[in-house]
Design a protein around this ligand. Structure first.
Ligand code: PMV
Length: 325
């Protein structure tokens, strides 16, 4: 078969990934831990065909050119080398959520692309191998190969073969909700690749940030296994704020937040103080992702929607890993 379609979901990190130990191989400097989310998805079809004279790609109907196409073509080149496939390919991808708005489209995008491209090239890879491949496209994509609560291992090998994602608990383990509060339109100002690089090279807080991740990982893993919401809230907010602190301390400082982001941080902390089990996390963009138990979803949505500057909300739940078809 030289054509295949794969479906993948984004994921939201509870212990953040922000920094690389090897830039060329896209190897993370520290582990991370995330939840794969149903309610948003990427569906990608890859077809190798002898009649194509170059790789083509389109996302949500827009044809990619220049560096964006080159990034996907480089990725396909790895799949060609692994499989012996020598034809060019066409990639057609659709996202059901805004691309490049800090909503982790690269995670579901490269997870779906790794799966569809290897399948179309006739390779049958296990989840560890798929995760290693997806990681080469985007670090967080390695985690979207698997469903539920997922841990990304930093690994130690120079070739990165031990840097892949493993499942901590499946999507049915804990019925959490993650509600995304959209606080801006359009693409983020500094992409995660550049933001990470600037932080690594210039932030005086970078080493402290990385060291702290190793303390947060076992705490977050245990909180998930025990379904201890308040323990998870504490470690997830800490990880988010320390990641952003490391970026803010770059030179020049990188600030992903807008006034609405900050307003939401205060609203959520106040709601928690008033007894509502809720916490926030924020990635390389201004949107705020808010976690709660399923029974508190409407109360949390009401708070987010009534906060000045919130443009809309998207409600998600624990989701499955990548699938074919
Ligand atoms: O996978 P990348 O290179 O887009 O980096 C993801 C970085 C964060 O979303 C900010 C954190 C994370 O762990 O997902």
């Amino acid at each position: 078969m030289s054509k295949a379609t794969a479906l993948a979901h984004p994921n939201i990190a509870l212990v953040k990934y922000w920094g690389k130990r090897d830039v060329a191989l896209n190897l993370p400097a520290a582990p991370s831990l995330s939840l794969t989310l149903a309610g948003m998805e990427t569906r990608t079809t890859v077809e190798f065909d002898a009649s194509f004279d170059s790789d083509h790609a389109q996302i949500n109907g827009a044809v990619l050119r220049g560096p964006k196409l080159a990034r996907l073509s480089d990725f396909l080149e790895r799949v060609r080398q692994m499989s012996g496939e020598d034809r060019f390919a066409r990639i057609v991808s659709e996202n059901t959520f805004p691309t490049a708005a800090g909503l982790a489209s690269s995670a579901s995008g490269f997870a779906a692309l790794a799966t569809a491209a290897t399948q179309a090239a006739g390779l049958e890879l296990g989840s560890e191998e798929l995760s290693v491949l997806a990681r080469l496209g985007s670090g967080s994509a390695a985690r979207s190969i698997l469903g539920g609560f997922v841990e990304m291992r930093a690994g130690e090998r120079v070739d990165g073969q031990d840097s892949f994602a493993v499942q901590v608990a499946d999507a049915n383990h804990w019925d959490l909700r993650c509600i995304v509060a959209i606080t801006a339109e359009g693409e983020k100002s500094v992409g995660s690749t550049d933001g990470m690089m600037d932080t690594m090279l210039t932030s005086t807080f970078y080493d402290a940030w990385i060291a702290g991740v190793y303390d947060d990982m076992p705490v977050a893993r245990q909180a998930i296994l025990e379904r201890d919401f308040m323990a998870l809230a504490t470690v997830a907010e800490r990880s988010c704020l320390r990641m952003h602190a490391s970026a803010i301390a770059a030179d020049p400082g990188i600030l992903y937040w807008n006034p609405t982001t900050v307003r939401l941080i205060h609203r959520i902390r106040r709601a928690r103080k008033d007894g509502l089990p809720v916490f926030f996390t924020i990635d390389a963009g201004p949107h705020v992702k808010v976690f709660c138990e399923a029974s508190d979803r409407s109360a949390v949505e009401a708070i987010l929607k009534s906060t000045e500057g919130v443009l809309g909300t998207l409600s998600t739940r624990p989701g499955a890993g990548v699938s074919i078809g």
